[in-house]
Design a protein around this ligand. Structure first.
Ligand SMILES: Nc1ncnc2c1ncn2[C@@H]1O[C@H](COP(=O)(O)OP(=O)(O)OP(=O)(O)O)[C@@H](O)[C@H]1O
Length: 259
């Protein structure tokens, strides 16, 4: 039986007179692969921003199932939400371009290996042990995602599709229970998109986490997602399996503009 990991109820986000998210309720189950689709400006990224604490909600509630029971995420900072087990990538690539691939992943890990101030400043033995553990963990992740050969390259040297892969690896480095991917296939060629499709499946399968993606590439969405939410003008238009969504008259109308 599936159990709810994240539950968001009646979310509203107003920007001045514009309602970007209008009374939207969504839930994501443990180990589920969910797609969030909708025309440009529908409110998809704003919804991600609400769920990750980037943008405060105007109203509504967000709760997450954690090891310590169900916790409210309302009013929490992005860093606190990351600590609670939610990680994300952004539409635009946000790597440390001059740093190596390995260091990009190590930096992403620092949240989870945070040492006391004295341990770090005095370089106590624990500091070196943690550093070694972090490097080993980063190397393991790079190996899983086929990035070992480029571990010592500056991130800026990687091809576009590989930079996006590295971003996903960075998001996984914090050991999330829930991973949000904002348009992961944007700008990719068909070969890179096919690699990404395999990668998303691998993440869900090997890491047993919940993956939610915003994506305009409908063949990717229909291929990998188990369930979809469709947003339009800030509101929830439909939810269902890819097969149900593809024959939903309201969705067809929103996308094709006619009847
Ligand atoms: N910080 C902001 N201030 C004011 N308006 C905003 C802000 N962020 C988003 N909006 C507006 O909210 C609406 C929803 O935008 P959002 O980026 O969430 O849509 P989207 O579905 O992600 O679109 P796309 O598919 O083009 O990325 C748009 O009208 C946008 O202009």
């Amino acid at each position: 039986m599936s159990s709810v990991l994240l539950d968001a109820r009646s979310l509203v986000k107003n920007f001045g007179g514009l309602t970007a998210v209008a009374n939207v309720s969504v839930h994501f189950d443990q180990n589920e692969l969910v797609g969030l689709i909708g025309p440009n400006g529908a409110g998809k990224t704003t919804l991600f921003n609400l769920l990750t604490g980037e943008t405060p909600v105007s109203s509504g509630s967000i709760s997450l199932a954690t090891d310590r029971g169900v916790q409210s995420l309302n009013g929490r900072s992005p860093a606190q939400i990351a600590q609670a087990g939610i990680s994300r990538t952004f539409q635009n690539i946000r790597l440390f371009k001059e740093l190596t691939v390995l260091d990009n992943v190590r930096i992403a890990m620092t949240n989870h290996y945070r040492e006391g101030f004295l341990t770090s400043i005095l370089r106590l033995p624990k500091y070196y042990r943690t550093e070694r553990e972090m490097t080993a963990a980063a190397q393991r992740l790079l190996a899983i995602f086929d990035l070992t050969a480029v571990a010592d390259q500056p991130a800026k040297n990687l091809p576009y599709g590989t930079q996006r892969r590295l971003e996903i690896v960075r998001a996984l480095a914090t050991k999330p229970k829930l991973l949000f991917l904002d348009e992961p296939a944007a700008g990719m060629n068909p070969e890179e998109t096919a690699d990404l499709t395999r990668l998303i499946r691998q993440i869900q399968h090997d890491f047993h986490i919940t993956v939610v993606l915003i994506e305009h590439d409908m063949s990717l969405v229909m291929d990998v997602c188990e369930r979809l939410y469709v947003l339009e003008h800030g509101g929830l238009l439909a939810t269902g399996t890819p097969a149900e969504i593809q024959r939903d008259p309201a969705v067809i109308k929103a996308y094709l503009g006619g009847d």
